[in-house]
Design a protein around this ligand. Structure first.
Ligand SMILES: Nc1nc2c(c(=O)[nH]1)N[C@H]1C(S)=C(S)[C@@H](COP(=O)(O)O)O[C@H]1N2
Ligand SMILES: [Mo]
Length: 216
């Protein structure tokens, strides 16, 4: 992680510190009325890009996805990944930096289908997603049961652009965008919770946009 954009990371961490406690316990119901979560702005002309200043370039035939931790270890290659059941989804997506996009049309493998190809141990409770840029983010297994959670490789029918995490990224659209790891490299099943990259830098551990769980 030597070449990350440390200034940007510092600035975001400072903002998280400054805004610590905001949006907690304000008692919004889930789902909030209306489509746009509180404090968000709809972006219609582009899909913003956010990362640590590194955008790994992984040709699909070099891409490997490792499964580790409280699950039988195995590694998926691109070709094998494409033989898994493929689904198209249309979902909204919300970033903690306040932009939202509507109706992202994405293609990939639903988490619930992917799980059928793994042998996860009963003691697993959380997952750490690892990106090829060294990024990590933690999500409870129960949250991943939501029907729109997927490992995606395409957007609008075209291969997911490198800047958005191609060849494969996570899609956890019911949580803020930082929970959707780009350039997916490894899925680590854990028997307890552990904080990921932004979670240790002041971002909320859970990240529900409808409850404005932005900072911790
Ligand atoms: N590997 C990796 N995944 C990542 C990030 C990152 O820096 N590295 N940034 C996160 C953040 S903060 C957001 S908002 C979304 C942004 O996705 P996008 O750039 O496709 O809009 O990716 C998330 N996933
Ligand atoms: Mo973000």
């Amino acid at each position: 992680m030597a070449d990350t954009n440390d200034k940007l990371i510092d600035a975001k961490q400072k903002l998280a510190e400054k805004r610590s406690g905001e949006g907690k316990g304000i008692g919004l119901e889930f789902p909030a009325p209306g489509r746009l979560p509180p404090g968000q702005k709809l972006v219609t002309d582009s899909w913003p890009v956010l990362d640590l200043g590194l955008q790994p370039d992984i040709p699909p035939d070099m891409w490997l996805l490792k499964i580790s931790g409280a699950a039988d270890e195995r590694t998926f290659k691109w070709e094998e990944f494409l033989t898994l059941p493929q689904t198209e989804l249309v979902t909204d997506f919300h970033c903690v930096t306040t932009w939202s996009i509507y109706d992202a049309r994405i293609q990939g493998v639903l988490w619930q289908d992917f799980l059928k190809h793994l042998n996860v141990k009963p003691e697993a409770t959380h997952v750490m997603f690892h990106g090829y840029d060294g990024y990590t983010t933690n999500v409870p297994l129960s949250e991943l049961e939501q029907p729109d959670v997927a490992l995606i490789h395409s957007f609008d029918g075209k291969p997911l652009e490198r800047v958005h995490g191609g060849p494969v990224r996570m899609w956890v659209p019911q949580l803020y965008g930082w929970k959707s790891a780009k350039w997916l490299k490894a899925i680590e099943f854990m028997n307890k919770d552990k904080r990921g990259f932004w979670e240790v830098r002041g971002y909320h551990n859970h990240g529900n946009p409808w409850k404005e769980e932005r900072y911790s």
